[in-house]
Ligand binder design. Structure first.
Ligand code: NAP
Length: 236
């Protein structure tokens, strides 16, 4: 049986090992700490990533981060965008133009995972633009230098919470983007969140899984999702 002092020593080093492991992974941040920001951010912390949560109301981000331990922190949206390698957009779509104005420079060259959805009843005229042109290209127009990947927008967060790391086969998450390296990084993040990534193609294909389109709210395993979206079965 292991000596009590050895066990205590192991317990003391565990946070250091966890932190060292996290240093090998990209640093993540959420803009928005509501249902999407808190659900995904919490799963990422559990997967061993550093996550900075942000919202205009700092206390909201602090309430999410505090119970999650040393890998989680809270900051303003500007600080979060500056500190991270990958930034999740988890805000009502109407906030995108203002965030583009405030954060586009800080996000130049960074991967931006866009989980937002446009709804006219909630988001005003920009929703019509995003419905017509696709949310991917519309978001990209406000963050011209960012490597936008659409993903995690098509499935309700209650389902994300309950299906994460379920027994295989995992639930498929469609993702789309123009930058192959960014897509590869987000595909790995989807795996680490406990799901099976399916790349639908470039940013325009993200329309397939935004509201009003067949892939939206589609809870399928990869073969079923690919068939429903008419993607080749050998799609990664
Ligand atoms: N809920 C779901 O299951 C789900 C699933 C997939 C996709 N989505 C989409 O994901 C987005 C977020 O949904 P949600 O359910 O997480 O919404 P939510 O619970 O209302 O949270 C929105 C968050 O965004 C923050 N926020 C709003 N405006 C902001 C701004 N200008 N700058 C920084 N932060 C801002 C809010 O905090 P402050 O007001 O304090 O800033 C809040 O933390 C929406 O576009 C939604 O359609 C939702």
């Amino acid at each position: 049986m292991m000596h009590r002092r050895t066990l205590l020593g192991l317990a003391a080093t565990l946070p250091l090992i966890t932190k060292a492991y996290a240093e090998t992974k990209p640093r993540l941040a959420t803009i928005g700490a509501g249902q999407v920001g808190s659900t995904l951010g919490s799963l990422w912390v559990k997967a061993g990533y550093h996550v900075t949560f942000s919202a205009r109301t700092l206390s909201e981000a602090q309430e999410i981060a505090q119970p999650l331990g040393p890998l989680a922190s809270a900051a303003t949206p500007a600080q979060a965008a500056a500190s991270a390698d990958i930034v999740l957009l988890a805000v009502p779509y109407r906030a995108i133009p203002q965030l583009g104005h405030d954060l586009a420079t800080a996000l130049n060259g960074k991967i931006v995972l866009d989980a937002t959805n446009p709804y006219s009843f909630r988001d005003g005229p920009i929703a019509a633009t995003a419905q017509q042109n696709g949310a991917g290209p519309t978001t990209q127009s406000y963050f011209p230098g960012a490597r936008i990947v659409r993903g995690f927008n098509s499935i309700d967060m209650s389902s994300i919470q309950s299906n994460a790391h379920r027994s295989p086969p995992e639930l498929a998450i469609p993702i789309a983007g123009n930058d192959p390296a960014a897509l590869k990084t987000i595909a790995q993040l989807v795996h680490d969140t406990g799901f099976d990534p399916v790349i639908t193609g470039n940013l325009t294909t993200a329309k397939l899984f935004q509201p009003g389109n067949p892939g939206f709210e589609m809870e399928q395993e990869a073969p079923g999702l690919k068939a429903a979206l008419h993607l080749p079965s050998n799609t990664p």
